[in-house]
Design a protein around this ligand. Structure first.
Ligand code: ZN
Length: 210
């Protein structure tokens, strides 16, 4: 099973700054934890840069480079007010300054969750915590879902995901993630549309928000 959206599509959109804030957070958190991911993005950016160079008009305005450098000088990237907590990837710490260890979990059915607030409220952005062996009800997605493993590991019908990995799912994916190993699995999950329970669970759709 594969999604309509590949990891490279996601990385390219990220590199081009075209992702919504919640999706950008998921990718940035993954990249902070994954040297392989960073290497891939660098490669895609290099290829993208080469393609872009080919498309540039033969003559740039003579002061183009100067203006670009000026702009970079004026807009330094925002720095976090304090160093991120050691247990929390830096991009996530911008939204979770208290760190992963101090999250106030709310128990909801088989999972514990903590919602993250962000300026872009078009997505559901939350931390999920599941105990070892826990299986989520089979579901599919009305939009896309990005899941970054922050601690522990899980597997589903598409593969196994360990700390630092990112999983993409969408309406073409029906899955029931299961926590692997002996420690809790904590994930950052970003959805731009509701989930839909399938199998027997579909009868519960009117009552349950997964
Ligand atoms: Zn899902």
């Amino acid at each position: 099973m594969t999604t309509d959206w590949t990891m490279d599509d996601l990385f390219l959109a990220y590199a081009a700054g075209r992702l919504a804030e919640p999706a950008e957070l998921a990718v940035a958190t993954h990249l902070a934890m994954s040297p392989d991911g960073r290497g891939r993005v660098l490669m895609l950016e290099t290829i993208g840069g080469v393609l872009l160079d080919d498309e540039l008009p033969a003559e740039l305005a003579p002061d183009a480079m100067e203006r670009m450098l000026d702009r970079l000088d004026r807009d330094p990237p925002p720095a976090p007010a304090a160093p991120p907590p050691a247990d929390t990837p830096a991009p996530l710490a911008l939204y979770l300054p208290q760190g992963l260890r101090n999250v106030q979990w709310k128990k909801r059915g088989p999972i514990q969750e903590a919602m993250l607030d962000m300026a872009d409220s078009s997505h559901t952005v939350r931390l999920l915590k599941l105990t070892p062996g826990r299986r989520l009800p089979t579901h599919t997605h009305e939009g896309y879902e990005l899941t970054v493993v922050l601690e522990g590991a899980f597997h589903d019908e598409t593969g196994q995901y360990r700390k630092g990995d990112i999983a993409i799912a969408d309406r073409s994916i029906e899955h029931s993630p299961v926590v692997d190993g002996t420690s809790d699995c904590i994930c950052l999950a970003v959805n731009d549309a509701p989930l839909r329970l399938t199998g027997l669970g579909r009868l519960l759709n009117p009552f349950i928000r997964l």
